[in-house]
Structures are given as C-alpha cells and as structure tokens.
Design a protein around this ligand. Structure first.
Ligand code: PBG
Length: 323
C-alpha cells in the first residue's frame, strides 16, 4: 500500500533494474528459419520479408555459418523445389533441396543444430499440406507421405524434425517410422497448436505455398479456440512429441502461457512471417523503432513461457544481445 510501497524504488536506474529483471533473452533461445532453393549463387530477397531470402544451398551454408557465429544454436529449413506435383514427391526425394542443404550445412557447421519443417505444402502443386481427395486433404493418406519426408530428412542427417501440417496422428506415424528405421533418438518438435492465421501471408510468398483452392481451415486450428490447444498438445505429447509449439506467437501468448503451465515439456513459439513483416514495414515508414519493437516482441514471447523462439529476427536480435 502507498506510501509504504513505492514500485519506482526498484526502477530507479539500469543497475537495479538489471538486478530484479525477471526475463532474459539469449541467442540460445532462437531458431532461425532458412528458405532453400535449387541452383548456385542464388540469393533472392523476399519482397514482403526484407532481410530474408530464398537461397541456394551454397548461400544457405554461409547464412547458417553466420547465424552460428552470432551464437544462434539452431536453424529450421524450408524447401522450395523446382518441381511440384500432386503428391509432393520432391519433399521426400533423398536428393531434394532440403536433403541436400542438410548435408552441406552439417558438413560446414557440424555443431549447428539442423531442424527441418516436415510438411507437404511447399512440394505440392495444389499448395495444400497433404494428399487431396474430393476437394479436401485426406488425413490418413497424408500420414505415410509425411513419414517418408521425415525419414528422408533423418537419413540426410537432420538433428530434429518438425511436422507443421496439423494432420491428426502424424506425430505417432512419424515416431513409428523413425523408430523402425533406426532413428529412435531423433527428436520431434510438433507444431501442436497451429492456428489458421492471416499472419502466414508473407511466408506463403517466400515458400510459394499458397493453396491453389480453398484454405487451411479444415486442418489448422480456429483462432477463437483456447482450450482446444491444450487437447491438441496433450495428444501430441502422448504420441511422442519431444517439444511442442504454438504458432503464431504474438496473438497467441495466452496459449503459450496455458501450455507452459499445463505440461512439463519444452515449449516453442513461432514468431511468424506476418509478425516480422509488420515490424519491418512500420520501421520503413518511420512509424515505430523497429529494433525496440523487435526486442519487446521477442521478450514478450519468452515471458509468456516460450523456451524456444523460431524467428526471422534471430540474427538481428542476436546482434543486439551481443553488443
Ligand atoms: C507449412 C508452414 C507454414 C509456416 C510454417 N510452416 C505455412 C502455412 O501453414 O501456411 C508459416 C511460417 C510463417 O508464416 O512464418 N505448413
């Protein structure tokens, strides 16, 4: 009660603020996404995501090296193949773009932890996250394709696989395949509470994965639902997920917090493309201080309960933290 209590006493100067600070961001928290494409010497900036690129394997290696040298322990790879078809076969081709990138990056920077996004949408001609039957994604026919993709990433040397498709039962299917094929120690990070979000817009430009018809609302979660996230997460944990993820992050901090307090498992949050692009756009217009907004956003995601943050800001934020 005032005047005995004066909150301002412990806000007086930066030293005392540092002493009582309850959340600290570290480069260790970040997972940096890369978009890998075919060719050589390709580095094409994504117009809606300034500072992010579609890049060929040789360039991705340089980018990965730089990230690691800034103290970022991990990257997550997305592939942009030359050819797309109905079954997304380029996604589980052992010589595919992601598989080639994994090998090259692990060769060049063996300590860097390489995670792969496991989904069909970057590889299918229709842009959906699975096998299409009667105008919708067939859940059960998609599971074997996802398992093949995860296995192919494992064989190429991935350190962890991350299914982002939101099919029911995919964690169990992938776990069983990996175990059977000798990859029992390869962890799975499941996109457990992944919402059908407008914040993915710029990513779909980057990965050229916009659905050619319909939308993803028959498999990704309804943004209105909070308790459903706990159920989805509990199921993924039962199926063998080692890390669970909430996506997007900023409009879903309540979900991150719920999951963190309900389960004793590491929680990741995906600070998605739209969240990144809005800051970059605001900064370009001179309307916000981009660096401060970036750091405040990332801090809020950590404060809400995320142990790991997938973010396009990873290198920018690590540079700030390393100063
Ligand atoms: C693939 C996938 C998407 C993202 C990550 N994995 C797109 C989607 O579901 O449409 C989005 C990432 C971002 O927006 O940064 N399914």
């Amino acid at each position: 009660m005032f005047p005995q209590h004066r909150g301002r006493r412990l806000r007086k100067n930066e030293t005392v603020r540092r002493m009582v600070r309850q959340t600290a961001l570290l480069p260790d928290d970040f997972i940096y996404p890369l978009f890998v494409t075919t060719g050589k010497g390709v580095k094409k900036e994504i117009s809606s995501m300034p500072g992010c690129y579609q890049e060929s394997v040789d360039q991705a290696v340089l980018n990965a090296k730089e990230a690691y040298s800034l103290g970022i322990p991990s990257i997550i790879l997305f592939g942009i193949p030359d050819k797309k078809d109905d079954l997304g076969t380029s996604g589980y081709d052992d010589n595919g773009v992601v598989q080639t990138a994994i090998k090259a990056i692990k060769d060049a920077v063996p300590e860097l932890y390489v995670i792969t996004d496991v989904c069909m949408c970057e590889y299918t001609s229709h842009g959906h996250c699975g096998f299409i039957e009667k105008g919708d994604v067939s859940n059960d026919k998609t599971l074997p394709l996802l398992s093949l993709e995860a296995l192919s990433h494992a064989r190429a040397g991935a350190d962890m696989v991350a299914p982002s498709d939101m099919m029911d039962g995919r964690v169990a299917a992938i776990r069983a395949t990996l175990d059977r094929e000798g990859f029992g120690e390869l962890p799975i990070m499941a996109y457990s509470a992944k919402y059908a979000s407008a914040f993915y817009g710029p990513f779909r430009d980057a990965a050229e994965s916009t659905p050619q018809f319909g939308d993803r609302r028959s498999y990704q979660m309804d943004p209105a639902n909070r308790r459903e996230a706990l159920r989805e997460t509990a199921l993924d944990i039962e199926e063998g997920a080692d890390i669970v993820m909430v996506k997007p992050a900023l409009s879903y901090l309540d979900i991150i917090s719920d999951i963190k307090s309900s389960f004793a498992i590491p929680v990741a949050a995906y600070n998605v493309s739209g969240e990144y692009s809005l800051v970059k756009a605001g900064e370009k217009l001179g309307w916000v201080d981009g660096e401060r907004v970036m750091m405040e956003m990332l801090l809020s995601i950590k404060r809400a309960g995320a142990d790991l943050i997938l973010t396009y800001f990873a290198k920018d934020a690590a540079k700030v933290l390393n100063r």
